[in-house]
Design a protein around this ligand. Sequence first.
Ligand code: ATP
Ligand code: MG
Length: 327
Amino acid sequence: MEPILKLRNLKVVFPTNYGVIRAVESVDLDIGDRECVALVGESGCGKSVTSQSVMRLIESPPALTQVDAIEFNGRDIKDYTPKQMQELRGKEMSMIFQDAMTSLNPVMTVGNQIDEMYMRHQGDSKKEAREKTVKALELIGLPEPRTRANSFPHQLSGGMRQRVLLAMAFACMPKLIIADEPTTALDVTIQAQVLKTLRGMQRGCGTSLLLVTHDLSVVASIADTVYVMYSGKIVEKAPVKDLFNSPQHPYTVGLMAAVPRLTDKKKTFTQIPGTVPHPARKPSGCYFHPRCEYATDKCRKEMPPLMGQGGGREVRCYYPLTAGGNM
Ligand SMILES: Nc1ncnc2c1ncn2[C@@H]1O[C@H](COP(=O)(O)OP(=O)(O)OP(=O)(O)O)[C@@H](O)[C@H]1O
Ligand SMILES: [Mg+2]
């Protein structure tokens, strides 16, 4: 199966007053047809910069972006003009951000905002567009959709606003949706409902999804494949079940141990020792070595390559963990 998205060797650098920040270092990413790929990692590891680069939303300059290929739906869009990208966005790929209040226009009804998507990208008349909008609002679970289409964003709850963003993102049946922390701003119970709606719509519309999150419980409930990022690099890639059953990178193990489990009566959860390296002062060798209990001299000197482990798994570690323990 040909992937919908093939990102090759993405590098993004920000020159700043306190040094050069290598935000993304040689990232490859594949997203298959109808696949949900999750990109996870701690704050600042480069998830948003990576996902926005796919949509060519990182302004260069000030950033310096290099990429070998952004193959999307069979063509390379890395050299597309801003106008070509504008045509693509919303129609073939769209994005859902964390904060609906800043993504929606506060002085326009939600109905009118969704209508515009259909009018702009599908050439619908206002009347045709409104019919589709009402259907879309019904699909995302807005009660009395025809009346509620006349609501302004501030008249809806946070969860409903986020659902409106889903309706807008799916409006033109894009091939790929990128959702950057789509439920982080919501209460936990609402999060689960919105995620369920997102997953349902993704399946129903046959869309591929790149889900950016730092929340592993979100990943477990919705992703097919997971990429774990650390300090600008992919450190592990695996089908979701395999990742949760047998994480291979010590960092992934640490991330999982940091999630409190409901089954754990003592509610103990461990923290990964140390902190993420400053992006302008990354350590030598493997970036994770200062925090890794298994690090050797080799890890301190040489950056390990991403190594295939079979079964679609890859890990950037000289001593990947197995179910039986390290090495
Ligand atoms: N415009 C910018 N100028 C300078 N540095 C930037 C800029 N945008 C991002 N960065 C830096 O690039 C790195 C990656 O940032 P990014 O926003 O991708 O992290 P993230 O993984 O999405 O984090 P979070 O989980 O907090 O959203 C960070 O060190 C960040 O400070
Ligand atoms: Mg981010």
